[in-house]
Design a protein around this ligand. Structure first.
Ligand code: HEM
Length: 444
């Protein structure tokens, strides 16, 4: 590897020695090795080429943005995920991805998403009615259901039966769990076949696709007009005037469910907990909410004026980015930051560590929403990428921000929140999941 320049190597035996702890939570190990090795290290597992882990802003921005053509997504994100959730925007690559992105992108423009705000707002209000006040509740299941409902209603307006959506939610969650187990414990694969788990999960994939296809077919024959994402996907036309087949539609819809609900549920859980834990910040947010609520009934107007609340959400996404790591593989030998790497090298950018890197952030581990008020340009910094960067930037970023601002707005409008949670614990699966965070909602 003489002509190549790699970061310092962490011997693979250190991974083997700690494999069970790393399988449970790789973050403490990544943190230690990144700190010891100037923000990037590499490891060479015996079964594949070099893997670099980095929290350097130049590595991140070149890989995702400035030199994105030299990299593609790894098999984990493409082949592996697509086995279960189909070949849609998140899991496809190359020309097919570009064609789909061009087709779908217009439906997610800020202006278009504004049309969905009333649907999103209604779904949030309906869900919050289910909160049992005055007792400490586990927050994640509540936010998960809320985020699922918001995506479901935005996709299908009100065309799908409750029971059908519940079943779809159950299946998607089962598949997500199974995917993580398979990624973390690949050596159990044979056991999954023998025990019938693989067959069971493949059956769930088929069932979820059948459910979505039935909704699509029903919509194709309906004469009512709908202003939802499904209609946008059905109406979207390629340059030659054709539109998506049912298989393509199912793939894209499954991806929107998967990419769009767990991420937002995690972010909402972290944000409300952080607010409840920081009384001064909570008071400031409540004051803003009261002011805005007394001046407008229009959710869209509220969103654009809730500056402090948005800063709280940005700061929560900094500390607990739901997409905590992303990867790419070098297509050619290429320069990357200070390194010169070989074709086939896999790079994992730890968004979690980038967001807490003390070279870029003051008091990186503290919850300080004011930093986004004093320097709004932080949201565009190379070292702040909760929604990724470059051409594969999250297509749902505006959707997610609208949904999160409206949810926290509604919660603070109607409830006093508090928590007995001392330490925020995380479980870094495909997304960064909160562990056991609880919240008390007291009706105002
Ligand atoms: C807080 C919430 C969210 C976070 C933190 C988040 C984060 C991300 C990140 C980091 C990526 C890029 C991954 C990469 O480059 O490897 C991504 C891609 C994507 N996200 Fe999101 N996301 C969120 C919400 C949503 C929502 C609500 C939707 C849809 C309704 C959505 C749909 C997608 C899709 C389809 C992609 C793939 C885009 C492409 O490759 O062209 N996301 N998201």
């Amino acid at each position: 590897m003489s002509e190549y320049r790699y970061p310092n190597k962490v011997p693979f035996r250190k991974f083997i020695l700690n494999s069970s702890k790393i399988a449970k939570n790789p973050i403490p190990f990544q943190n230690k090795w990144l700190k010891q090795n100037n923000n990037s290290f590499y490891v060479r597992p015996f079964f594949r080429g070099a893997v670099i882990i980095s929290c350097n802003k130049d590595v991140a921005s070149q890989m995702l943005q400035k030199k994105h053509k030299d990299f593609h997504k790894s098999k984990i994100q493409t082949q592996f995920l697509s086995k279960y959730i189909g070949y849609g925007l998140l899991t496809s690559s190359g020309d097919y991805w570009l064609q789909q992105r061009r087709l779908i992108q217009p439906g997610f423009h800020r202006e278009k998403i504004k049309n969905l705000v009333s649907v999103i707002d209604l779904a949030i209000k309906d869900q919050l009615k289910k909160v049992s006040p005055n007792k400490e509740l586990e927050l994640y299941p509540l936010m998960n259901e809320l985020a699922f409902e918001v995506v479901a209603k935005s996709l299908f307006d009100f065309s799908a039966e409750r029971e059908t959506l519940k079943r779809l939610q159950f299946i998607i969650e089962k598949l997500q769990k199974f995917i993580t187990t398979e990624i973390r414990q690949p050596y159990k694969k044979l056991g999954f076949y023998v025990s019938g788990k693989m067959r069971y999960h493949n059956g769930l994939v088929k069932e979820s696709r059948d459910i979505i296809e039935a909704i699509i077919n029903q919509r194709r024959t309906s004469d009512t007009t709908h202003d939802d994402l499904l209609q946008m996907l059905l109406d979207a036309q390629y340059e030659d005037g054709s539109s998506m087949t049912n298989t393509q539609l199912i793939d894209e819809i499954l991806i929107l469910f998967v990419a769009g609900h767990e991420t937002t549920a995690n972010a909402l859980t972290f944000t409300l907990t952080l607010l409840a834990k920081h009384k001064n910040i909570l008071e400031k947010a409540k004051k803003e909410v009261e002011e805005i609520a007394s001046n407008t009934n229009n959710p869209l107007g509220a969103i654009s004026n809730l500056k402090y609340l948005s800063a709280c959400i940005n700061e929560s996404l900094r500390l607990y980015p739901p997409a905590w790591i992303t990867d790419r593989v070098a297509i050619n030998d290429t320069e990357l930051g200070d390194f010169y790497i070989k074709k086939g090298t896999m790079i994992g950018v730890s968004i979690y560590e980038l967001h807490r890197n003390s070279e870029y952030w003051e008091n990186p581990n503290d919850f300080i929403p004011e930093r986004f008020i004093e320097k709004p340009e932080f949201v565009k910094a190379d070292y702040y990428i909760p929604f990724g960067a470059g051409p594969r930037l999250c297509i749902g970023n505006n959707f997610a921000m609208f949904e999160m601002v409206l949810t926290v707005f509604e919660v603070l409008k109607h409830y006093d929140i508090s928590t007995t949670t001392n330490q925020i614990k995380v479980n870094p699966l495909i997304t960064l999941k909160p562990i056991g965070l609880t919240l008390m909602f007291k009706k105002k």
